[in-house]
Design a protein around this ligand. Structure first.
Ligand code: CA
Length: 230
């Protein structure tokens, strides 16, 4: 298992099945959307690690949907790989200008598909097994472990997801609403106060090592994870 979830947005059943088969075998968790409408609601429900976007969808063009995701501050960091039957230079350029991170031209081999998916994921950090180390705190995404020096830090699942998000997006302020979207998923009804509760638990878990100082409250704005002084 790679622990990564990919969202396939493709209306052609045969291609979806081929993608699910090959990427599933490579250890990815797959979700499937058959049009732009369902793709949007699935993304809002839970952020995928990457979107495979077909160019021609029944209700919207994949290019336009890519533009929309890349324009929206909450979804712009989701990598998008476009699937296109169009080999023309102009279309490739349009895809990349629309914000796609890469494209793959149909028909493609399973090997090429996997290489492109992994290349885009690697470019976004992560890659599944990356170690992130900030301010003395180390997050091992592959092992699902957090440590300070040799000491493991025990965290609940929500605190782990919260910390993992922070460590992959350091030095940026996130509002409570943005954190709810990114860590909890946009369709889940959770009060903003819930964020504060989990921040408090996370800080408490990090207090013995002094790493609680990395989670900074930015008055009137939200929270920031940073090794620099707030
Ligand atoms: Ca199509």
């Amino acid at each position: 298992m790679t622990g990564k979830t990919l969202l396939i947005v493709e209306d052609e059943k045969a291609i979806r099945e081929m993608l699910v088969f090959n990427l599933g075998r490579a250890g990815f968790t797959l979700r499937e959307a058959v049009d732009g409408h369902s793709a949007r609601s699935m993304v809002a429900d839970r952020f995928p690690d990457l979107i495979l976007m077909d160019w021609m969808l029944p209700d919207i063009s994949g290019l336009e949907l890519t533009r929309q995701f890349k324009r929206d501050e909450t979804t712009r960091e989701i990598p998008i790989l476009m699937l296109t039957a169009r080999a023309e230079e102009d279309d490739r350029v349009a895809g990349l200008e629309g914000g796609a991170d890469d494209y793959i031209v149909k028909p493609f081999s399973p090997r090429e598909l996997l290489a492109r998916v992994n290349a885009v994921l690697r470019r976004y950090g992560g890659g599944g097994d990356a170690l992130v180390s900030i301010g003395g705190l180390t997050l091992d995404a592959a092992g699902h472990r957090v440590s300070v020096g040799d000491e493991a830090v025990a965290l609940g699942p929500t605190e782990y997801r919260l910390l993992s998000f922070f460590m992959q997006h350091p030095d940026r302020v996130y509002s409570r609403t943005q954190l709810l979207d990114r860590v909890w998923g946009g369709n889940v009804y959770v009060e903003e106060r819930t964020v504060d509760v989990h921040i408090r638990r996370l800080r408490k878990a990090l207090t013995p090592s002094g790493c609680d100082r990395l989670i900074q409250t930015v008055r009137g704005a939200g929270y920031r994870f940073s090794a620099r002084e707030g």
